[in-house]
Write a protein that binds this ligand. Structure first.
Ligand code: ADP
Length: 215
C-alpha cells in the first residue's frame, strides 16, 4: 500500500503514520525526520537544509525529491510506504508522479487530515509546553513565530495539493480534530473505500456478495 498523509503541521500525521505502520506493515517516510537526521549527521544535504528548516521555510524541491526518489528504491519500501511531509508543493507532487510511474507503481490514496487552524496553534503550543515541562529538547522550529511561518508555507504551497489530488481522484478527507482513535478509524474506512474504488467492479461486487453470504 502506498499512501500520502496530507495536512498542516500539528495535524497528527506522524501519530497516524505510526498506527498505519503497525497495522499494515509498511514503512513511514517522513522527509522532516530524514532532513533532521541529515542535519544531525552534518551531511551536505543537512548543511543545506539546517537554516531553511530553522526559519520554517521549505527546502528546495530538488533536494527533497532526490531524497525520496532514492528512499523508495530501497528494499524495505517494496511492500509499501506512507509519505508524511512529502509532497509539500505541486512540483514535488508532479515529481512523485513521475517517480512512481517510472516504477509502474500507483498511489492507493491521499489522506487529508482536516483541522481547524486556531485549534492547531493551541495544539502545537500545548505540545511545546508539555515537552518543555518534561525537560525534552525542542526542535529548532518549535516556537510560535516559526510555527506561524510553517502554517503560512502550508497554506500557500502545500494546500494546493488538495485540489491536485482531488482532480486525480485519489483524495480522501478525514476529520483530524476527532480523538486519535477516531481519526485512525476514519482513515481505515477511507482506505477501504479507496481500495474498493481502485479494484475492478466485478471484484468489488463479488467481495460484497461473499460478505453478504457470510453475515
Ligand atoms: P511539520 O511539523 O511542519 O509537519 P516536518 O517534520 O514535516 O514538520 O518538516 C520540518 C521542516 O523540514 C519543514 O518546515 C521544512 O523546512 C523541511 N521539510 C520537510 N519536508 C519537506 C518537503 N517535502 N519539502 C520541503 N521542505 C521540507
Amino acid at each position: 500500500m502506498r499512501l500520502i498523509l496530507l495536512g498542516p503541521p500539528g495535524a497528527g500525521k506522524g501519530t497516524q503514520a505510526l498506527r498505519l505502520v503497525a497495522k499494515y506493515g509498511i514503512i513511514q517516510l517522513s522527509t522532516g525526520d530524514m532532513l533532521r537526521a541529515a542535519v544531525k549527521a552534518g551531511t551536505p544535504v543537512g548543511r543545506q537544509a539546517q537554516e531553511i528548516m530553522a526559519r520554517g521555510e521549505l527546502c528546495p524541491d530538488d533536494l527533497v525529491v532526490g531524497i525520496i526518489g532514492q528512499r523508495v528504491d530501497e528494499p524495505d519500501a517494496r511492500k509499501g510506504f506512507i509519505l508524511d511531509g512529502f509532497p509539500r508543493t505541486v512540483p514535488q507532487a508532479e515529481a512523485l508522479d513521475r517517480i512512481l510511474a517510472a516504477k509502474g507503481l500507483k498511489l492507493d490514496a491521499v489522506i487529508e487530515l482536516r483541522v481547524d487552524e486556531n485549534a492547531l496553534m493551541r495544539r502545537i503550543e500545548n505540545r511545546v509546553a508539555e515537552m518543555k515541562a518534561r525537560g525534552e529538547k525542542l526542535r529548532d522550529d518549535d516556537n510560535p513565530e516559526v510555527l506561524h511561518k510553517r502554517l503560512a508555507a502550508y497554506r500557500e504551497l502545500t494546500a494546493p495539493l488538495i485540489a491536485y489530488y482531488r482532480q486525480q481522484g485519489s483524495l480522501r478527507s478525514v476529520n483530524g480534530m476527532a480523538p486519535i482513535a477516531e481519526v485512525t478509524a476514519a482513515i481505515d474506512q477511507a482506505l477501504a473505500a479507496a481500495r474498493s474504488a481502485g479494484r475492478p467492479a466485478h471484484e468489488v461486487e463479488s467481495k460484497k456478495k461473499s460478505k453478504e453470504l457470510s453475515s
